[in-house]
Design a protein around this ligand. Structure first.
Ligand code: PEP
Ligand code: CO
Length: 451
């Protein structure tokens, strides 16, 4: 990859307009935090980011599929082993369904170990008749509804770093220490899922995988020496919103001399901050991680070509992923001109679908939710538009949790509007629960097979 532009440095974003940044109360305290981050160990290594980039490059060619999923926003109040394990389990289950169903390797990327900062459309909200600043994620302020709790505190960036480190440590232990071994495929099913129709469907698939493994063993293949059966790579990602934090974790790779943002393997730029003249795009132009960009309904074909030119001038496959989040109603007309623009300019882009963020609704009672059927409808529209344009539909970007929550409506679980309040636990956007996620994976595998 080419060396970064000579005028780029980890802090050169500061001379561009940075949207959605907190107003930290003290510049000196913020600088001290950034200095602490700069002196701390990286969370991920450049070589791992390059391995992910190469996997994403294979997904562009139709030889792999990206599954990126996790919470809308992680919480400082939830860092139990059990919560992290449940998220990993559902990720492994969905991957098994997709790998087996679509016979393709699945590139697994969590919205995890760093997803702590949120862009907000409204800077304030009214609680009990009082206007207070919005909650912006635990790396900025507290979700508690008081003006005091909503004051940004830069120390929270250090707490976010520490929580990311311990989450990542556990993930590495689980994925490399036998838990993700394919012979454990039955154990990933959860009690509350296994008795449901999709849970039973999963049991059947798990038994088929076991038989296939037994067959290979009977043929004389030594499964115990196959690393790829025993360990998986689960990469980390988050929306790289807080540029103070991202700058603090940016390091020069000793092997290549290139800069990497070592806060996660993949960083994405949100729909609200993807202006090519803005600080976010200018910052990420200089680091060599795989970068994602959310693409909403107001994006034009020219915007996309400009993003490609700024973020991936050397046209490195796997460097750039676009997540279409256009809405179930619009995807079929809005996506084709965007796909054609990058295709005709010869830019290697991985196209994935985020079917969550343009399909958020409020119930009559004011609860933020999403309908399973609308989510599926955007996915179907995305696949149809990609196939039509001759572009490989390379992945999905979802908000899910391993818990039995009631935040999204419908699905095999058939969550009803009056049930939403029973376990509505998200700090921000509604997530698919474990059964809805598994259901979605089966439907997605069928969709991919239908081609
Ligand atoms: C998100 O992914 O949680 C998010 C805020 O997305 P978007 O930038 O697409 O609105
Ligand atoms: Co969200």
């Amino acid at each position: 990859m080419a060396v970064t532009h000579p005028t780029w440095s980890p802090d050169s974003w500061r001379s561009f307009r940075a949207l959605q940044q907190p107003e930290w109360p003290s510049a000196a305290a913020t600088e001290a935090v950034v200095a602490r981050l700069k002196a701390s160990p990286p969370l991920v290594f450049a070589g791992e980011a390059r391995a992910l980039r190469d996997s994403l490059a294979r997904a562009i060619e139709g030889k792999a599929f990206l599954l990126q999923a996790g919470d809308c926003v992680e919480s400082f109040n939830e860092i139990s082993t059990q919560r992290i394990r449940e998220k990993l389990k559902i990720m492994l289950q969905m991957s098994a369904v997709l790998t087996y169903g679509a016979t393709l390797p699945v590139v697994k990327v969590g919205r995890i170990a760093g997803q702590f900062a949120k862009p907000r459309s409204d800077l304030t909200e009214t609680v009990g008749g009082v206007e207070i600043p919005s909650f912006r994620g635990h790396m900025v302020n507290s979700e508690l509804p008081s003006a005091e709790a909503r004051v940004p505190d830069p120390q929270r960036m250090l707490e976010g770093y520490n929580q990311s480190a311990s989450t990542l440590n556990l993930l590495r232990a689980f994925t490399k220490g036998g838990y993700a071994d394919l012979t454990q495929v039955h154990l990933w099913n959860k009690d509350f899922v296994s008795s449901s129709p999709e849970g039973r469907r999963y049991e059947q698939l798990a038994s088929e995988i076991e038989r296939a493994l037994a067959f290979m063993a009977a043929c004389g293949i030594d499964l115990s020496s196959e690393r790829s059966l025993q360990e998986v790579d689960v990469f980390t990602s988050h929306e790289a919103l807080l540029l103070d934090y991202e700058e603090g974790l940016t390091r020069k790779d000793s092997l290549t001399g290139d800069w990497y943002d070592c806060s996660a393997h993949l960083l994405w730029i949100g729909e609200r901050t993807r202006d090519t003249d803005g600080a976010h795009v200018q910052f990420f132009a200089g680091v060599h991680n795989p970068i994602g960009v959310k693409i909403g309904p107001r994006a034009t074909p020219d915007d996309l070509v400009q993003l490609c030119e700024v973020l991936n001038p050397d046209r490195v496959p796997g460097r750039l992923t676009f997540y279409a989040r256009l809405g179930a109603e619009h995807v079929r007309e809005a996506l084709p001109p965007l796909l054609r623009a990058t295709r005709d300019e010869g830019h290697p882009v991985l196209w994935a679908c985020d079917p969550m963020h343009a399909n958020t609704i409020r119930t009559a009672g004011g609860v933020k939710t999403r309908r399973f059927d609308t989510i599926m409808a955007e996915l179907e529209g995305f696949f149809a538009a990609c196939w039509e344009a001759g572009v490989w539909p390379g992945g999905v970007h979802l908000e899910f949790t391993g818990e039995d929550v009631t935040e999204c409506l419908g699905g095999a679980d058939d969550v009803l509007e009056e049930q939403l309040s029973s376990r509505y636990e998200t700090l921000l956007d509604p997530r698919l629960n474990a059964r809805q996620s598994l259901d979605l994976a089966f439907r997605l595998a069928e969709l991919m097979r239908s081609r």
